[in-house]
Design a protein around this ligand. Structure first.
Ligand SMILES: *[C@@H]1O[C@H](CO)[C@@H](O)[C@H](O)[C@H]1NC(C)=O
Ligand SMILES: *[C@@H]1O[C@H](CO)[C@@H](O)[C@H](O)[C@H]1NC(C)=O
Length: 290
């Protein structure tokens, strides 16, 4: 059978599409009491007074979530947003592009360094090299996780994400959080190992070794805190539908504490370099820095 362009078929599909238009009949019954006085019929209805996306969410979410189950509330938000013509916010493509570009650029830079080293063009291979290679591999896990989370809908409004993708987003995010924290730890370890390579002052080397141990302890502790923040662990990606039992530590507390300790470690790492250079400037003037 030959398949040809059929104008009448296209017309039928268009008409069918128009007939399948979303109406207030698609709203879950539990949500109907949330509209004052009636559910919206079209985008000029008085119940659609809140057109700006922020207002849309703050207007309807609290009532939907208290009157309905999570899934029904999301459906009610989806249907209302369509009837009221609320713009579809979606930055997930931008997120994916950013992740890919950042990963390619950083991998190229580190790749160049590793090739120079392994061809013996830039000094011996040491712990600073091994740890930066591990950092790249671990960070790749974070990048893949972020990419997949965006692929499944991170960066969109929650009510625009199909139910079957919600837990996939959380799973991808869960995997990327561990990669991020460990990658961060390995990058700083690499810099500190580099200090051990170039500085010979023994007192200073002990300070650097102490910093490496603190850095590894913090990195591992927070990675574990992240991984076991929910009981059971699967509650991290099952919590969203309100149908599972479990509990989680406050993720923002973990994130804040980790960020503050990271900033302190970064300041200490930079300060060590500044102090050593100020302490003995001549010595490092002709040092090879790669
Ligand atoms: C919107 O719905 C109201 C009735 O609910 C109707 O009177 C009005 O004509 C509709 N407007 C448009 C643009 O369809
Ligand atoms: C939102 O509603 C439209 C129209 O009913 C539907 O096609 C779409 O799958 C819904 N999206 C979600 C995430 O429920």
């Amino acid at each position: 059978m030959q398949i040809r362009f059929q104008p009448s078929l296209v017309l039928c599909l268009l008409v069918a599409g128009a007939l399948a238009q979303v109406t207030d009949a698609d709203l879950p019954p539990c949500s109907l009491s949330c509209f004052d006085p009636y559910p919206p019929q079209n985008d000029s209805s008085s119940s659609c007074r809140y057109k700006a996306e922020e207002d849309f969410e703050t207007t309807f979410s609290p009532c939907f979530y208290s009157a309905c189950s999570v899934k029904e509330a999301l459906t009610a938000l989806n249907v209302t947003s369509i009837i009221c013509g609320v713009p579809d916010r979606n930055i997930s493509v931008g997120m994916r592009i950013f992740v890919v570009v950042a990963t390619v650029v950083s991998s190229l830079v580190i790749g160049c360094r590793v090739i120079l080293k392994f061809k013996s063009l830039a000094g011996d291979i040491g712990w600073d090299d091994w740890t930066i290679v591990i950092a790249v591999l671990v960070t790749l896990d974070a990048a893949v996780g972020q990419y997949m989370a965006a692929h499944y809908g991170m960066g969109r409004d929650a009510w625009k994400i199909p139910f079957e993708n919600q837990d996939k987003i959380f799973k991808a995010f869960y995997a990327s959080a561990a990669g991020y924290k460990l990658g961060n730890m390995f990058v700083r370890t690499s810099i500190l190992c580099f200090y051990l390579r170039i500085f010979s002052n023994s007192g200073f080397r002990w300070v650097v070794i102490a910093a490496i141990m603190a850095n590894v302890a913090i990195g591992v502790a927070f990675t574990l805190a992240d991984a076991f923040q929910c009981k059971p662990i699967s509650f991290f990606w099952n919590e969203w539908d309100g149908m599972h039992k479990g509990s989680c530590l406050s993720i923002s507390t973990i994130t804040w504490a980790h960020s503050i300790l990271n900033i302190l470690l970064d300041v200490a790492t930079l300060a060590m370099l500044a102090i050593m250079l100020a302490h003995d400037p001549q010595r490092y003037q002709h040092q090879k820095w790669i």
